[in-house]
Write a protein that binds this ligand. Structure first.
Ligand code: NDP
Length: 326
């Protein structure tokens, strides 16, 4: 038996609770990991609160991220004692995840914990930070260099947003942070934003084309915000879209794409090939200043996770939540 968050759905309804879990509940895998740290991402918030259809198999241990120590291995890729990192691959959705003391996983999903990070630091970055890095890599791939002009980051106080601001600023970009929480402007400036704008200015229905403003953008919000960003992106610019915090709709026109050559680059972290993951984590190891973790991460234990998920969904969490599991 081990402790973890368990999501159940039956005639009594949808519910999540901290429980003693029997090892026999864990799905098949060739590696068993003693989990040290996990995190709460937006997707975990949806899963735990039941606000979104993230979990597709019950009962389920949520947690799309984890860092832990291999305690049993049926593969020659990892040996007992190795420290490993996992992001996504359907873990916490269709395969029991990181918000429990033990996980049985497929070795194909694991990468060695980068030497630059402690388990806690890697989870302070988590899927949110790794996705932010993938978004920045998408801008770079499309030629959005720091001298091209301002880069917009939406949902800036959230996990993806905070890390995107910090990464872009460290790489020398001029970052404009969009947020609904003006009271957190000092935090965003500390992460490196040169300007903070009210998200309201982007979230209402807008025109098909607007004044050219952004050389590029990292958007974790979707909906009208993403449509307005595309409409105000400069000729040849790129918008990296990874999220739907405002909504999954995209009420846009083709005008920015056919008249200004704007690129809308979709970013998925869940099924990303291992090589891209390793590149992204190596880049993060180069870019992220360890001091950043003091500002960006709040720590809790498994006892705090249900409340933490509700706070995350209510938009009350700044930056990242790290969960100390063992
Ligand atoms: P967080 O909850 O940490 O951050 C979301 C932020 O979005 C909030 O902090 C808030 O920022 C902003 N926001 C919330 N509601 C609204 C709204 N109605 N309108 C506009 N802005 C809003 O989540 P994460 O950073 O973990 O994830 C962000 C998004 O990215 C989610 O949709 C998530 O599913 C997605 N995602 C996608 C991944 C992928 O692989 N494609 C991977 C990781 C995340 P503020 O207070 O500053 O306005």
């Amino acid at each position: 038996m081990f402790r973890g968050i368990l999501i159940e759905k039956d005639e009594q309804g949808y519910r999540a609770a901290l429980k003693e879990i029997d090892e026999s509940l864990l799905p098949e895998g060739d590696v068993i990991v003693d989990v040290l740290y996990s995190t709460l991402n937006y997707k975990d918030g949806l899963a735990i609160t039941g606000k979104g259809p993230v979990v597709r198999q019950f009962p389920m241990v949520p947690g799309i991220d984890l860092v832990g120590v291999v305690s049993h291995s049926d593969t020659d890729k990892f040996v007992v004692g190795d420290r490993v990192l996992l992001n996504g691959f359907g873990v916490g959705e269709v395969h029991c995840g990181g918000l429990a003391q033990m996980a049985r996983l497929k070795s194909d999903w694991l990468i060695p914990l980068p030497k630059a990070f402690s388990p806690r630091q890697a989870m302070a970055i988590g899927t949110a930070g790794y996705t932010a890095m993938l978004c920045v890599m998408a801008l770079e791939k499309n030629g959005v260099a720091p001298d091209k002009g301002d880069i917009l980051v939406t949902g800036a106080n959230g996990g993806v947003g905070s890390l995107a601001v910090a990464i872009l600023a460290k790489l020398g970009y001029q970052v404009v942070a969009s947020t609904g929480r003006a009271e957190e402007a000092a935090y965003l400036h500390k992460l490196g934003a040169k300007e903070v704008i009210d998200r309201q200015s982007l979230s209402e229905p807008g025109r098909p084309l607007a004044k050219e403003r952004w050389a590029g953008a990292v958007d974790s919000v979707g909906s009208h915000t993403l449509a307005n960003i595309c409409a105000s992106t400069k000729y040849g610019g790129t918008v990296a879209a990874c999220g739907l915090a405002q909504g999954m709709d995209l009420p846009a026109t083709v005008m920015p794409f056919i008249l200004r050559g704007v690129t809308l680059a979709g970013v998925d972290s869940v099924m990303r090939p291992l090589a891209d993951r390793e590149t992204a984590w190596l880049r993060l190891a180069d870019i992220i200043d360890p001091e950043l973790f003091n500002d960006i991460a709040t720590e809790m234990t498994l006892e705090g996770v249900i409340q933490g998920a509700n706070d995350l969904m209510a938009g009350h969490i700044r930056g990242r939540i790290v969960v100390k599991v063992s």
